[in-house]
Design a protein around this ligand. Structure first.
Ligand SMILES: [Zn+2]
Ligand SMILES: [Zn+2]
Length: 187
């Protein structure tokens, strides 16, 4: 008995524009339930089965049955909150598995068991560890590739908390100049 349009479904189909005669015609070709309509699959086929149904009604009926209608605008709405909490999400640097919400720096990856974050070296005290800040001296880590620049700025007397900020705001040209100085010091 499930295999028939319920009174509600009939009301919905009528609201979409189907007439009682068209519903009977659908029944006659074997479309007697929402499931049957899903088998029909698209508006074109529906119109082939019952020629009296017009295109707009057929489209509305099939949108309702398949649930795939109006795609873009509705789906975009909640994205701003998604961006906010994804900023804190840590992905394992070995297997890219997403770490749980209560993840803390230094935790091992839930998927592969390795240290989920890269271990960085401190430009200030040379200690190394995971996370964003040095556990020995509290300095903010700079990217591995810029460690030598951080060390150079320290040698030039910049305060500990200024160095990561300075590296973030520095232009590519300034960095190139500094790499030149780093290379000279290495000789
Ligand atoms: Zn992993
Ligand atoms: Zn340190």
């Amino acid at each position: 008995m499930d295999n028939q349009f319920s009174p509600l479904e009939k009301s919905i189909l009528t609201a979409k524009g189907l007439t009682a005669a068209q519903l009977d015609a659908l029944n006659a070709v074997g479309v007697a339930s929402r499931q049957d309509l899903q088998t029909v699959g698209d508006a074109g086929t529906l119109m082939e089965l019952v020629k009296e149904i017009d295109a707009a009604t057929a489209a509305k009926v099939m949108e309702w049955v398949t649930g795939r209608a109006t795609p873009a605008p509705a789906a975009q709405a909640p994205s701003s909150s998604v961006i906010i909490d994804s900023a804190d999400i840590v992905h394992c640097c070995y297997c890219s598995a997403r770490q749980p919400k209560d993840y803390k720096s230094g935790d091992l990856c839930v998927a592969c068991g390795k240290q989920a974050e890269p271990v960085l070296t401190c430009f200030w005290c040379s200690a190394s560890g995971p996370g964003k800040f040095c556990r020995s001296c509290g300095a903010e880590f700079v990217p591995m590739a810029e460690l030598d620049l951080g060390v150079l700025l320290r040698q030039e007397g910049l305060p500990k908390d200024e160095i990561p900020k300075r590296l973030r705001t520095m232009s590519a040209e300034e960095k190139d100049l500094m790499w030149g100085r780093v290379r000279k010091l290495r000789r």
